[in-house]
Design a protein around this ligand. Structure first.
Ligand code: ZN
Length: 327
């Protein structure tokens, strides 16, 4: 069922079977000229069926509809390739758009074989195709219309500004309507769950990038922040403070784990607290081991960038320790 959450803006829930996120919200913004859909669900049957149910329910005509992907993750971009074949214009932030197209080839995912070694995950017999993003991403290239910060998208009474909010992914974007004080934030700020901050390479301290994007949105006047999972955020400042506090706790937790000497990413991740049903690392499903290692990595690299931790490589495996405790 699509629910009208704001005049002519419908929120439609799409189930994500077997995924801890449970569901994603697509947003349908309707006008007599053109409609805009924000995010799609995975590239799999259950999501496609639910998505099309919403399309039919609201009588949405693909000939006068555009799609905007907030960020590259498969639960947001999964159906973009097939919708682009329906003559739907597909908008995306420039950086994530390029990555979505890179991710449609197995070549991109091969780098996770190297990561499996670096993170010491080969002990768990993990392969790149266990990665949660691999299975349901678009499998062919898409001709995107790239967006950059400040671009405007007008639909009916709404005028949306494109806002860069990197961190959850390197090229995550949001849409802000200044007059209506509403913001479509994808996975940047979620209520009840914490957006995953993963590892995107050694070139940048992605956790700092995320903190900057949280502080950026803190300054905006927002009455309703329409997120892609769980609840609508009505007090974004309070939620941003909570998220910053969460990562501070996480950093302290990791510092405590590595204070006695060097440790591999796998061993650090297995000692962190996760809200999963299984208690021991060995019982984590493989996609969750990837997820946990990525989250550990973004925090570990932040500690290295800020001079609080150091790393060494031994036999291709990375080991982290608190500064001055590397023995
Ligand atoms: Zn996401």
């Amino acid at each position: 069922m699509a629910i009208e959450v704001y005049p002519n803006i419908y929120r439609h829930e799409i189930p994500l079977p077997g995924n801890p996120l449970k569901a994603i919200h697509s947003y349908f913004i309707l006008s007599k000229d053109r409609n805009l859909i924000i995010d799609t669900g995975f590239n799999r049957k259950e999501c496609r069926d639910a998505f099309m149910k919403g399309i039919n329910e609201l009588n949405i005509d693909f000939n006068k509809t555009d799609l905007l992907i907030t960020h590259l993750h498969s639960d947001h971009s999964g159906l973009a390739a097939e919708l682009s074949k329906e003559d739907v214009n597909v908008y995306v932030g420039k950086i994530d758009g390029k990555m979505i197209n890179d991710m449609s080839s197995d070549e991109y995912w091969r780098r996770f074989e190297e990561y499996a070694v670096m993170f010491d995950l080969t002990k768990d017999n993990i392969a790149f195709d266990d990665h949660p993003g691999y299975k349901y991403c678009p499998k062919e290239g898409i001709e995107f219309i790239d967006l950059i910060e400040g671009d405007l998208i007008n639909i009916g009474d709404y005028s949306f500004e494109v806002i860069d909010i990197p961190g959850h992914t390197p090229g995550h974007i949001g849409l802000y309507d200044r007059n209506h004080r509403i913001f479509f934030g994808g996975d940047h700020i979620l209520d009840k769950i914490t957006p995953n901050i993963a590892f995107w390479g050694f070139e940048q301290d992605i956790l700092s990038v995320y903190f900057d994007s949280l502080k950026k949105i803190y300054q905006y006047d927002i009455d309703y922040l329409f997120s892609a999972h769980r609840n609508i955020v009505k007090n974004h400042k309070k939620r941003i403070d909570e998220l910053l506090g969460h990562h501070k706790d996480r950093l302290n937790e990791i510092k405590e784990i590595i204070k006695d000497g060097k440790m591999s990413v796998r061993d650090i991740a297995s000692r962190m607290n996760w809200s999963l049903r299984c208690n021991i690392w060995e019982d984590f499903p493989n996609p969750q081991k990837w997820f946990a290692s990525g989250e550990a990595m973004s925090h570990l690299e932040h500690l290295v960038y800020t001079g609080q931790a150091e790393k060494i490589e031994d036999n291709g495996i990375l080991y982290y320790s608190l500064k001055g405790r590397n023995e």
